[in-house]
Design a protein around this ligand. Structure first.
Ligand code: VG1
Ligand code: CO
Length: 542
């Protein structure tokens, strides 16, 4: 098979963000756009010669076409083999598992995660390294540099492969193995969790509702929750993946998983509810009349993980992203293990997991995971919750209330201001940053500022330093306000304002969240001049 060297020229704006490259689908479909990025990936890792890659995505519009392009380019670049999910489908955590299990040289995962899909929506691609996790900044920077000077890419001419047929085929000298996307992942879950206990829980009448949001976790959740664990058919809703996620946002939060919320926020609803995102790495946990904030979920899982077989010997440590609430820190202190604070983005957990310093990790953005793979894992979090509830035989709300009684409650919320004019958002960040030095000691809206800085992280394992990871303002009463610009949006800029306050008075644990946070919200608006953005309210509150 002839290898073609196709001349190309750099296309602007290909800097990979928090988790790979995300752009409008039409941009990815422009001539050479996808090709440039893929070639830059191969070039950044010292070529593809003799290597094996996992390839799969969340099934959104352009997934299948992009996979054909990637496979041709991998073959042309001399790759030895590719492992591809049937129909081009793999959830992000399942892809991470396959990369690790087969000791491959990494993987290309096609997804824009929780962003909507379709020809007028978003597409994305990221490279994961041999440990199964997102590439660190050293590699994503090299990919970016590559796209700025690229002059050629390599491909072969060949008909499309049939991605629906399991087994081996050849593409030139490269072997392509099509695998069942669910089987290995399910086996891993069976290793970690007590399936018998969860089966008994379901058999006792405990009702579960899982919203796959028309995205990748449908087949995984149906196989595991319904077929293996015996939840009745229909327990998994929106279970068939579609290229545009049924026209919705596959984002598991109270705003976008509205139907599920309505069902659970009722005295007659199911006992347990959960949802996952486009690529299956996020989770939202609900109980009857109970919403569990992701930061609380991480804390509760950390306190109880030892009840599941995979974590029975206890945890080595935990890690959370900086804007995630400090609820888990209190558990780690109590149980006497280390707690790390990292920048936003799963890639920053990789070294801690590899080094055995952290067992569980989490982000406020509905991401929780462990050292079983190197990505956050939505269905894993659901199964750990279910395993804990099966052992304790209690409801979600009881578990949460007991947790708050013991550790106090970190009231928490994130306010997103979306599709802002980029320069306005950057100007606001610039103003707050410039004022950081003058804030300590000042009283703003009745709250005294204790510390203020721009978060800088030094990786405790390899010493690499990441700067400008969010502006944090810590108040004397323990409350925090954090300002950060999103790295995953595709429309203008998104400003994220993260808010938190600790309450330890046992009589004040049931306040409405936005009311409990009222004073911090006021202070954050005042000190940043947020009104200058011309928005009276956030677009999304989680
Ligand atoms: C967001 C979240 C972040 C998460 C990232 C990828 O990034 O805030 O916590 O790691 O998405 O999640 P940002 O830069 O927009 O705040 V996902 O489910 O891509 O895979
Ligand atoms: Co995701």
């Amino acid at each position: 098979m002839d290898i073609l060297t196709v001349p190309t020229t750099p296309i602007e704006g290909q800097k990979p963000g928090t988790s790979g490259l995300r752009k409008k689908t039409r941009v990815f479909m422009e001539p050479n756009y996808l090709e440039n990025f893929v070639q830059a990936v191969f070039d950044a890792i010292g070529g593809a010669e003799g290597k094996t890659f996992v390839v799969g995505g969340d099934g959104r519009y352009f997934n299948a076409e992009a996979i054909q392009t990637i496979l041709r380019m991998a073959a042309a670049n001399g790759a030895n083999a590719a492992i591809v999910g049937r129909a081009g489908l793999l959830s992000t955590p399942a892809a991470s598992n396959l990369i690790r299990k087969n000791a491959t040289d990494g993987g290309l995962i096609l997804s824009a995660s929780h962003n909507p899909g379709g020809i007028d929506e978003d597409f994305g691609l990221k490279f994961n390294i041999p440990n199964g996790g997102p590439a660190p900044e050293s590699i994503t920077d090299a990919i970016y540099t590559g796209t700025l000077s690229i002059a050629r890419y390599l491909t072969v001419e060949s008909a499309d492969l049939d991605l629906d047929r399991l087994g081996d085929t050849q593409l030139g000298d490269m072997q392509v193995t099509i695998v069942d996307p669910v089987a290995d992942y399910q086996a891993l879950m069976e290793d970690l969790f007590d399936f018998d206990a969860i089966r008994d829980l379901f058999a006792s009448g405990f009702q579960v509702r899982f919203d796959a949001m028309h995205a990748i976790t449908g087949p995984y959740a149906a196989a595991i929750l319904q077929d293996a664990l015996g939840a009745p058919d229909g327990s998994v809703m929106n279970a068939i993946p579609s290229v545009d996620f049924g026209g919705g946002h596959p984002d598991p939060n109270p705003t976008w998983a509205k139907g599920l919320m309505v069902e659970l926020m009722s005295d007659t609803g199911p006992d347990f509810g959960a949802a996952s995102d486009g690529d299956g790495d996020r989770n939202m946990i609900l109980g009857r009349n109970t919403y569990v904030s992701p930061s609380d979920s991480l804390a509760v899982l950390t306190a109880n993980a030892h009840l599941a077989p995979g974590y029975a010997t206890g945890l080595a440590g935990v890690a959370r992203s900086m804007p995630t609430s400090c609820a888990v820190d209190r558990v780690a202190k109590d149980l006497q293990f280390e707690c790390f604070e990292t920048p936003t983005g799963w890639k920053f957990f990789g070294n801690l997991l590899d080094a055995g310093r952290a067992t569980l990790c989490g982000e406020e953005s509905f991401g929780t995971g462990s050292d079983h793979v190197r990505e956050k894992d939505g269905l894993w979090a659901v199964l750990l919750w279910l395993n804990i509830l099966a052992v304790k035989r209690c409801g979600v709300s009881d578990l949460l209330q007991d947790h708050w009684q013991k550790y106090g409650r970190n009231y928490y919320s994130r306010h997103d201001f979306e599709a802002l004019n980029k320069s306005d958002a950057e100007a606001l960040m610039g103003r707050v940053e410039a004022a950081l030095g003058t804030l300590p000691g000042q009283t703003i809206a009745g709250l005294v500022v204790e510390k203020a800085d721009s978060f800088r992280y030094e990786d405790p394992i390899d010493g690499s330093v990441s700067r400008n990871q969010g502006l944090r303002i810590q108040f004397a009463n323990g409350a925090r306000a954090i300002f950060r610009l999103s790295g995953t949006g595709t429309d203008g800029a998104t400003l994220r304002l993260y808010l938190e306050t600790l309450e330890t008075d046992p009589g004040k644990l049931d306040q409405e969240v936005q009311i409990a946070l009222g004073p911090i919200i006021k202070a954050a608006h005042e000190l940043s001049g947020l009104h200058s953005l011309g928005r009276s309210a956030p677009d999304v509150i989680t």
